[in-house]
Design a protein around this ligand. Structure first.
Ligand code: M6R
Length: 614
């Protein structure tokens, strides 16, 4: 999705902005641009279709001397990805330049009204409508730019994070947000602005996260001023973000995705640290324990999530139903929000999101809270919108995930869900002490188990060569590993663009088995669990029809070694933690196939890392 970076202070703004935009590239985008206020007070605007690198070439030889600027990466919503639609956008007079993330839903009505007042438009974007609306309001009301921004935003329906600069005003940026992230970095005599605080962590660790409906006036040498759309002063709440720059770099790997796959043993250490005691094997999740009553009395748990986070939630369903005996529903956030769902006061809604910014999940959280449910967040990004909008929650603490394909977030989410189910199961007395301690042991061993699984990487790389040119794949699993099959298929399709379908293994015979022939590889997760024998039968059914089987099997399984065409062995762990283990070879398989096909693994076509529009 679109990204925003801004700077006002004593440094050269352009290099700060370009560096920040590079850091935001992971979000997915198709054009980039920057607006700078030159020494003569004029706004210089440079933008083009393509990558930030293309913008850098475009800037070569241009006068970019300026200590104030706003920059943008655009992920097209209204209008094709081209130079004209790239941000920033000037107002009609050229007095104001604006960048915008999000969607102005009522832009058509506003555009028609502005046209009737003589406005013309250079782009097809909703964002240009907004900048002209601000200019029109300022001109007709003869008010300050800040007042005009607040008045304009009161007329807007939709989502936005915006940053604005004005000709002749080289010390000031105005920013606002509604359902789209915006962090303001506080330096010594300088301010930074970004859609993702991590992108400006080189300069400061002190951040203010704007809330919905807030407008900030960011002025060099002056205290930060934040007001609501109605003009009431808001509190400026400065938070510290602990993060190292090395977490944002590839660390010797060719792609972020591969780095993130390989760092899972360490990210799981961070996820478990301080939560599972190595001595007593006691599990402490303060977000749950501080709200014991809500979990003890829960009549139902509803997960709301999208994509990979939705797959992790399906595993959460198994965990909670098995260990806590609470009925669970797993909802696509995008469906939940528009379905008039029945939400009861004793429901606990768990919102799962790596970015904490997914628009549909955030909307589902708002609905659940409005209906009186207790809302718990499982997020990765600290201080993200969902983390702040929920009543309580647990961070997965896996560090910044830059590759668009989610990997370490999935294993972190499942691990947090396992800890949550164990804590709640113990509270509710639905879990035997012995099982609790065995699972705590398995959790403590999990990072080492994953280290061991990763040893399969060279074999998976070799295997990938055989299947690079397959056009379709089926992924099968049962029980805890059915969601793993869905996740494995998603990984393959999003980065290699090969069609892949995940299914519960037993569903094959109800239709999809018709697809099986020698050209259709089937990846089966067939580790030793209570569904193993059934899965073996499903494999036989596919083999009988000439299908090729790639099986993820438990170490030492000689039966499937003989039956499957290709096997990847993985070590064992507690059955309910098996998805964390069995997803690793599937992440690697997708990665290597995509690399073989020459795909842009970290920024696959059409995709954005965090989907902040509906
Ligand atoms: O940040 P979130 O976890 O809320 O994101 C949800 C999905 O957009 C995300 O998981 C997406 O499906 C990934 N590209 C999967 O790899």
């Amino acid at each position: 999705m679109c990204g925003i970076v801004g700077y006002v202070g004593y440094r050269q703004a352009c290099p700060v902005i370009i560096k920040g935009l590079h850091r935001l590239e992971y979000r997915g985008y198709d054009s980039a641009g920057v607006a700078l206020i030159g020494r003569d007070g004029q706004i210089e605007l440079y933008k083009c279709k393509g990558k930030v690198e293309d913008l850098e070439h475009f800037l070569e030889g241009k006068d970019t001397e300026s200590t104030i600027g706003i920059g943008h990466t655009r992920w097209a919503t209204h209008g094709a990805p081209n130079d004209a639609n790239a941000h920033p956008h000037f107002s009609q007079s050229g007095r104001i330049a604006l960048i915008h993330n999000g969607i102005i839903e009522n832009f058509r009505v506003l555009k028609d009204a502005l046209k009737s007042h003589g406005y013309t438009f250079r782009s097809s974007t909703d964002s240009e409508v907004l900048v002209n609306l601000i200019e029109y309001i300022q001109d007709t009301n003869e008010c300050t730019l800040e007042e005009a921004v607040r008045m304009a935003l009161r007329q807007v329906v939709g989502a936005y994070a915006i940053a604005i600069v004005k000709r002749g005003d080289p010390d000031r940026i105005i920013a606002a947000r509604q359902s789209s992230p915006m962090a303001i970095g506080i330096g010594e005599g300088e301010y930074f602005l970004s859609s993702d605080a991590a992108s400006i962590i080189d300069y400061t660790q002190k951040f203010v996260y704007l809330n919905d409906g807030e407008v900030a006036v960011i002025e060099k040498g002056k205290p930060l001023q934040i007001k609501t759309l109605e003009g009431e002063a808001s509190q400026v709440n400065i938070q510290k973000l602990e993060m190292s720059i090395s977490q944002l770099e590839k660390g010797g790997f060719p792609h972020f995705m591969l780095k993130e796959i390989h760092e899972q043993p360490d990210t799981l250490v961070d996820c478990i640290r301080g939560r599972v005691s190595p001595d007593s094997r006691e599990i402490i999740l303060s977000g749950v324990l501080d709200n014991k009553e809500r979990f003890l009395k829960a009549g139902r748990i509803i997960f709301v999530a999208c994509g990979t986070s939705w797959h992790a939630s399906l595993i959460g369903e198994h965990l909670i139903e098995n260990l806590c005996r609470i009925p669970v529903e797993v909802e696509y956030a995008s469906e939940f929000r528009y379905r008039n769902p029945i939400i009861r006061p004793d429901d606990v809604v768990i919102a799962v999101s790596q970015s904490g910014e997914t628009a549909d999940t955030l909307a589902a959280v708002e609905i659940a809270r409005r209906e009186g449910a207790f809302v718990y967040g499982i997020c990765n990004v600290i201080g993200s919108s969902i983390a702040r909008a929920t009543d309580s929650g647990t961070y997965i603490h896996v560090g910044p995930e830059i590759g668009v394909a989610s990997t370490k977030a999935f294993t972190g989410q499942v691990t947090v869900m396992a800890m949550l189910a164990l804590v709640v199961g113990k509270l509710r007395g639905t879990l035997a002490e012995e099982e609790y301690h065995q699972m705590a042991d398995a959790l403590l061993r999990l990072p080492d188990t994953i280290r061991k699984v990763l040893e399969c990487a060279p074999a998976v790389e070799k295997l990938s060569g055989i299947f690079t040119y397959a056009h379709n794949f089926i992924y099968l699993g049962r029980g805890y590993n059915y969601p793993t099959a869905l996740e494995g298929a998603l990984k393959l399709k999003e980065i290699s663009y090969i069609h892949a379908e995940g299914l519960p293994a037993a569903e094959m015979k109800h239709g999809p088995i018709a697809l099986i022939d020698a050209e259709m590889p089937t990846v089966v997760i067939a580790t030793l669990d209570h569904t193993y024998e059934k899965t073996v039968s499903n494999i036989e059914e596919i083999k009988a029809r000439g299908g090729k089987i790639i099986a993820v099997i438990s170490e030492g399984d000689t039966q499937l070694r003989k039956r499957a065409d290709f096997c990847i062995e993985v070590p064992s762990t507690a059955e309910c933690l098996m998805p964390v283990v069995s997803i690793i070879p599937l992440q690697l398989l997708a990665y290597y196939i995509a690399v073989n096909k020459g795909r842009n693994v970290d920024q696959p076509r059409n995709l954005a890392k965090s989907v902040t529009v509906e």
